[in-house]
Design a protein around this ligand. Structure first.
Ligand SMILES: Cc1cc2nc3c(=O)[nH]c(=O)nc-3n(C[C@H](O)[C@H](O)[C@H](O)COP(=O)(O)O)c2cc1C
Length: 90
């Protein structure tokens, strides 16, 4: 089955402390594991870079939730590719 891998950057709308980030990671991992989505999230100096990979329909659904999430703005897709394998473990 073909996979979709999307890389995006965004800007945090308010300062994320460790607790905020842990909550976000906790929820994201729970959702992502149900949807067989893998990836990585990097946060630095008020910006995010995230790689998400999984079945195309699931990635589109997640993108739909991400773009309306008020915790970040300046949503910018860097790459969007159909790929053969996961780069990150689930
Ligand atoms: C920087 C950032 C990264 C996120 N990454 C994910 C993610 O990988 N998976 C996910 O399900 N939600 C992620 N979210 C949260 C979603 O935007 C959304 O709040 C969550 O999926 C719950 O959606 P719901 O409120 O419609 O149920 C992320 C949010 C932010 C701000």
């Amino acid at each position: 089955m073909k996979l979709r891998r999307v890389v995006y950057t965004s800007k945090a709308t308010s300062q994320f402390n460790k607790r905020d980030l842990l909550d976000l990671l906790h929820d994201s991992r729970a959702y992502n594991s149900l949807d067989h989505i893998s990836g990585v999230l990097i946060q630095k100096d008020g910006y995010f870079l995230q790689i998400i990979e999984g079945e195309s329909d699931k990635i589109i659904e997640l993108l739909g939730r991400l773009v309306i999430d008020k915790r970040h703005s300046h949503f910018n897709i860097i790459s969007d590719d159909i790929v053969d394998n996961h780069l990150f473990s689930k």
